[in-house]
Every structure is written in structure tokens, then in C-alpha cells.
Design a binder for this molecule. Structure first.
Ligand code: UDP
Ligand code: MG
Length: 310
């Protein structure tokens, strides 16, 4: 059996069309499936639509969160309650075309534990979003010690053993695509053209995207901390040279003048560098703090999966 995890945040007009398209794929492949819908605190009619769908089809399971916990948490919760031998993660808005699941599946049964869907092109997204995403994945790849595939979202199929490993990774700031690369095994990809959203608007604001990017970086690289250290050394060295120069010019040169401007510039500049360093450390410390608190990752309001709601 194959499980499909579908995170839902205000997707009222996409839920039924997506169900139809996904079911058609599995009917064609003639494989058993379950759909695990995770309603991430939607404020529209999504919950009612999912619950109605569940009364009509036995392969529909759902989890309703007590509030919005974010996309990565929603997907993680879905994974926790999957039972299939293979698991697909897919967006609910049609941007990941369900028809690609067929390709992912056929590739995976050739003997790959993970087959991810790589975006050849992206339709209906702003130039800014595409450009920043492109840059982010390239930088991330440079600063991590293992390869995180470029231009790839969470759309993929995974074997149960990978999912079990993923479920057992305790970090709270999930960056699933990175964690899955880190897990290893045989991974490959199929290319696809990312579609436009069928309806509705994106649930990812720029602030959320930046937070997500920082989660990715801090989870998989200590490089920013090293940069803070290295810039500390570089500027200390420059400072040392300047001290020598200052002493020299005070004692031996007759052109010595009180340099207000150079002092101001130095103070402001070094102050800025220090604050950036503290900020970088802060990003790591705050994530450690979140992890230490050890709160549940999400809270389930109700569900039609028996052991999920107790
Ligand atoms: N989503 C979610 N919680 C959120 C934001 C989004 O579960 O807080 C879901 C959303 O319903 C969709 C998927 O995550 O199925 C991807 O979100 P979206 O399409 O808004 O992001 P984008 O494709 O614009 O990056
Ligand atoms: Mg989308």
C-alpha cells in the first residue's frame, strides 16, 4: 500500500479536484492507497470538505490541528500516521501534479528508497520567489557537507524505512528535504514542470520563507558561526595594524591629527560586525532553546485515525 500525505492550509477549492486526480493515478497503477490529509488550522471550509470526503471514501484519513503549525510540521504529523510501504508527500494546490506520482512510483520500484521530483520549471510564481529560491538552494548546497538536491521541494516518494528514520529525528525545526538527503540510501529524481496553483493563494509569506531558509541553514551547517569567528579574526588583525599605525603617527609623524571621522567609522563598523555575530549565535541558541523545551510538535484537535486523537 502507498500512503499520501497532503498538508492543507486553506485549500477549499483544491481538495476535491486533487482527490480525483490522485485517485485516478492509483487506479491506473492498480495499487492500494490511503490519503492522509493534515488540516493545518485552515480558516476556510477545508475541514468540512475533508470530513465530507472521508465519509464518502474509506481511503481518506484526516487529522485536524488545533491551530496553524506550519507546512513542515503538518507534513511531519501526516508521516507519523502513515501505514503504507511507500509514502508520497505532495502539496494540495496542484503545483505538484499528481500524475507525476506514477513516474515517482515506477522509478522507486526499480530499487530506489527515495525518488524526489525535481523542478525543471516553475509556473505562476513571482520572479523574486524563483530567484531567491534558486540562490538559497545553491548557497545551502555549498555550506553543507552532503548534497541537498537543487530545485526540489518536498514532493517525492519514500520507502517505509526512510520514513521511519525521519519520524525518529527529534528536531523541531523541520527541514524535511534536507533531513531526507542526510538519511541517505539510494536516492534519485525525476524531472517535472511545476504547475500553477489551481486556486487560492500561497500560505508561505516572505517572512515564513526566510524562517524556513534559516531552519535549513542552521539545521545543516555551522558555516555562519564560522564566518562570525573568521570575521572576528580578520577585523582583529586589521585593528592591530591600525593600533601600530596610530602609535607610530602619534610618536613620530608631525602630520598627526585627531581623527574623529575615522574613529566613528571604525566604532560603527566594528559594532555592526559584533551585532551580526551575536545575531548568528542567537539564531542557533534560540533553536536549541526550542528543542530543549520539548513541547509536542503539534496538537491534534480531532481525527478519524483511531490512535491519533487520544
Ligand atoms: N500549507 C500548510 N500550512 C501552512 C502553509 C501551507 O499546510 O502554514 C500547505 C498548503 O496547503 C500546501 C502546501 O503546504 O498544500 C504548500 O504550501 P503553498 O502552496 O502555500 O506554498 P508554495 O507552493 O507557495 O511554496
Ligand atoms: Mg503551492
Amino acid at each position: 500500500m502507498i500512503s499520501v500525505v497532503i498538508p492543507i492550509y486553506n485549500e477549499e477549492n483544491n481538495i476535491r479536484p486533487m482527490y480525483g486526480r490522485m485517485s485516478a493515478v492509483f487506479d491506473k497503477l492498480n495499487v492500494d492507497r490511503e490519503f492522509v490529509y493534515v488540516n493545518d488550522g485552515s480558516t476556510d471550509n477545508s475541514q468540512a470538505i475533508i470530513e465530507a470526503l472521508a465519509t464518502e471514501h474509506t481511503d481518506v484519513k484526516y487529522i485536524n490541528f488545533s491551530r496553524n503549525f506550519g507546512h513542515q510540521v503538518a507534513v511531519s504529523a501526516g508521516l507519523d500516521f502513515t501505514t503504507g510501504e511507500k509514502v508520497v508527500m505532495i502539496d494540495a494546490d496542484g503545483q505538484d501534479p499528481p500524475e507525476i506520482i506514477e513516474k515517482l512510483y515506477l522509478k522507486s520500484i526499480e530499487g530506489y528508497e527515495v525518488v524526489y521530483a525535481k523542478r525543471e520549471s516553475r509556473k505562476g510564481e513571482s520572479v523574486m520567489k524563483k530567484a531567491t529560491a534558486k540562490m538559497f538552494y545553491r548557497v545551502l548546497n555549498k555550506i553543507t557537507s552532503f548534497d541537498i538536491p537543487l530545485d526540489t521541494g518536498d514532493f517525492r516518494i519514500m520507502d517505509r524505512k526512510v520514513v521511519d528514520q525521519l519520524i525518529n529525528m527529534p528536531e523541531r525545526h523541520k527541514f524535511l528535504r534536507g533531513q531526507i538527503s542526510w538519511i541517505g540510501f539510494n536516492q534519485t529524481y525525476v524531472s517535472f514542470k511545476r504547475d500553477e496553483r489551481m486556486s487560492g493563494t500561497t500560505g508561505y509569506s516572505y517572512t515564513q520563507m526566510i524562517r524556513f531558509a534559516l531552519d535549513g541553514i542552521t539545521s545543516f551547517s555551522n558555516w555562519p558561526l564560522k564566518i562570525a569567528t573568521i570575521s572576528g579574526f580578520v577585523f582583529s588583525f586589521i585593528g592591530f595594524i591600525l593600533i601600530l599605525y596610530t602609535l607610530y603617527s602619534k610618536m613620530y609623524s608631525d602630520t598627526y591629527q585627531a581623527g574623529w571621522a575615522s574613529q566613528m567609522i571604525t566604532i560603527i563598523f566594528i559594532g555592526g560586525i559584533q551585532l551580526i555575530g551575536i545575531g548568528i549565535i542567537g539564531e542557533y541558541v534560540s533553536r536549541m532553546n526550542e528543542n530543549i523545551k520539548n513541547r509536542p510538535l503539534y496538537i491534534i484537535k480531532d481525527s478519524n485515525i483511531p490512535h491519533a486523537s487520544d
